[in-house]
Write a protein that binds this ligand. Sequence first.
Ligand code: LMR
Length: 335
Amino acid sequence: MNRFKMLAGVAGAAVVSLCMALPAVAQGQIVIKFSHVVAPDTPKGKGALRFQELAEQYTDGQVKVEIYPNSQLYKDQEELEALQLGAVQMLAPSLAKFGPLGVPEFELFDLPMLFRDREDLRKITEGDIGQSLLDKLESKGIIGLAYWDNGFKIMTANSPVVHTDDFLGLKMRIQSSKILEAQFEALGAVPQVMAFSEVYQGLQTGVVNGTENTPSNTYTQRVNEVQRHATVSNHGYIGYAVIVNKAFWDGLPDDVRANLDKAMAEATVYANDIAEEENDTALQAMRDAGRTTFHDMTDDERAEWFEVLKPVHAKMAGRIGADLIEQTYTALGIE
Ligand code: LMR
């Protein structure tokens, strides 16, 4: 056994959760385990790969980034616990998944019919509101490094979901967000929280009847193979916060952290640049596959959905904060 393997073995045996959070500098190389739940061929998957490439390049190989996609290591809820324990160092969970961490304010991003386009999103993620949300993570032992885009959601089911009353009684899979729960309740559906890795099977076996997601997630999880209908509704948004274990990050040598910050800044520009096109391509691929009937929402239908879904904002103000919602309206120029 060579010295490296021996040391690694000894360290592995002796590790406790607190030590795991600290950078493995003693072994010469710092390892960042980056866990996520989506396919490599998605905006987040590609962003992670770009960060890996740049981080290793800018640190001359001193940092090694190991990416574990597709819930290979942990599912939704587990990965947040693993980050806090230091079993992994980096994640990019959907903004809809921060409630169980004790920061429900991120569910602001789940409010239906709020963001009209990516420009609206940028006003929040690149402004004071976005930063103040990331700052709330510190008390949880987490540092928020960046926001990464995915995109706007489509609705899918085995029956048409064009009008609001089409949802009546449908069991709809949701991410773990109370806002999404309220959204589907407003539509008369029965929301059901389910880990992302279980969605395909849940739909295939009929545990749930439908779901909402971005085209890239829908396509790469083959959800279109088990859903006969889809509405391109763009009624809500999915994006991510890239987060790291605070003890790990603070324990890095200053020069290494600076290089990783640079890599993250560039990977963020890249991820946000490709997200829209990735989703457009996935949507087209699903249309071409022909297994699902796609309906493009009309202006009248949007008005109908708006009337049913907009009240969710006021209803859930207690959870997110009425002030935060007001500030967001102001930033977006909404009356
Ligand atoms: C989902 O659970 O539907 C998404 O949050 C998955 C992801 O990370 O995009």
